[in-house]
Write a protein that binds this ligand. Structure first.
Ligand code: KG4
Ligand code: ZN
Length: 341
């Protein structure tokens, strides 16, 4: 069966076609980053309008690449939440209209389920059960994944997401949106130990996170240094390195502790922050010492994309899970906990 996947929850328009047994046939992505960069963050209304412009050409592009006709599609999967309501509505409308025209089912998919199952697109695949660290601009969660549709929340952030902490601190350091990759690049020139930053909730004995205090701590250091005219390129790089190190230390320690507490040997990392090299290096080293194997999605599927949505729907179908949605009436959910889904 051919499943078309549509992702439009934030600032990436993603489309892909996955075959339930042959795997990924085509994928195409348009990133809105340069459009939003001018404003220092995602402007929801602009995001929605751009999804409208991009979706149909991207769908045509994927059909061409997979050498399929529209009539060859069997399901149309789309991100139904969580995300920006207007942006989600664009993907949901296109998916349902196309599904209605073709008289095939539309399949609403949870964005985080897409991220969570995305490491299964890689080779080797992580075996179930595994613990997943979901780290994106909007979410930081640790989940126990027993199988498809078997998700248990172990812990999550109480305030800012890890990606948000990267982005907000990057802004303080004068870096462009999205700040995560820019901060990571600047951090390579810096020395983390020169700036002491807190490791929020490192010893809280649960699997929750809190990152909002980190940007305040950096702001305080910056203000103090500004007063003494000590802010130069090296100081900014040191702040970047210290911030990255603080976030990575907490993510690594909690992920390993959660994996051990869940009694499993496999850890998967998904979401945009999973692209961070420091996080990958530190996890590799520390997980190996505890006999834990770490898995990632293919690098191009770490950030938002249509392939993970089509793939999640294909996996659900293979496990006999048909869409809950009847007909072509739809709703999107800006907030939507996965574990209660
Ligand atoms: O999963 P994603 O593409 O979108 C959301 O669903 O949020 O994640 C985007 C987030 C942004 O906060 C971005 O700054 C962060 O991932 N990010 C990184 C890196 N690459 C992306 N953060 C740190 N280091 C990176 N290399
Ligand atoms: Zn995402």
């Amino acid at each position: 069966m051919n499943v078309l996947g549509i992702e439009s929850s934030c600032d990436e328009t993603g489309v892909a076609i996955v075959h339930t047994t042959k795997g990924l046939l085509a994928h195409a992505l348009h990133s809105q980053i340069s459009m939003h960069a001018e404003y220092g963050g995602v402007v929801p209304e602009l995001a929605s309008r751009d999804h409208i412009r991009r979706l149909l050409p991207l769908i045509e592009q994927c059909l061409d690449e997979a050498q399929l006709q529209r009539q060859d599609l069997d399901y149309i999967a789309y991100t139904a939440g969580p995300g920006l309501a207007g942006a989600l509505l664009v993907g949901a409308s296109v998916a349902n209209a196309l599904a209605w025209a073709l008289q095939i089912p539309a399949y609403p998919i949870h964005h985080l389920e897409g991220h969570l199952l995305s490491p299964l697109m890689a080779d080797p695949q992580p075996p179930f059960p595994f613990v997943a660290l979901l780290v994106s601009g909007g979410h930081t969660q640790l989940m126990r994944v027993g199988g498809v549709n078997d998700y248990q929340l172990l812990g999550e952030t109480l305030d800012d997401a890890a990606g948000e902490a990267f982005d907000k601190t990057a802004k303080l350091l004068g870096l462009d949106y999205p700040g995560g990759p820019a901060l990571a690049a600047l951090a390579q020139q810096g020395q983390a130990e020169r700036i002491e930053l807190p490791r929020p909730m490192l010893h809280s004995k649960d699997f929750d996170f809190s990152f909002s205090g980190l940007k305040t701590a950096v702001l305080t250091r910056l203000r103090a240094a500004e007063g003494e005219q000590l802010v130069d390129e090296q100081f900014r790089a040191d702040c970047a390195a210290a911030t990255e190190q603080a976030i990575v230390d907490v993510l690594v320690a909690k992920s390993i502790a959660a994996t051990q507490a869940a009694g499993v040997q496999n850890l998967v990392v998904a979401g945009g922050v999973g692209a961070n090299r420091q996080l990958r290096a530190q996890l590799k080293e520390q997980a190996a010492a505890k006999g834990i194997q770490v898995f990632y999605p293919p690098i191009e599927f770490c950030t938002d994309n249509g392939a993970m949505i089509a793939f999640a729907a294909a996996m659900r179908l293979q496990h006999g899970l048909e869409p809950d949605q009847q007909g072509y009436g739809f709703e999107v959910r800006a907030r939507w906990p996965l574990y209660a889904a």
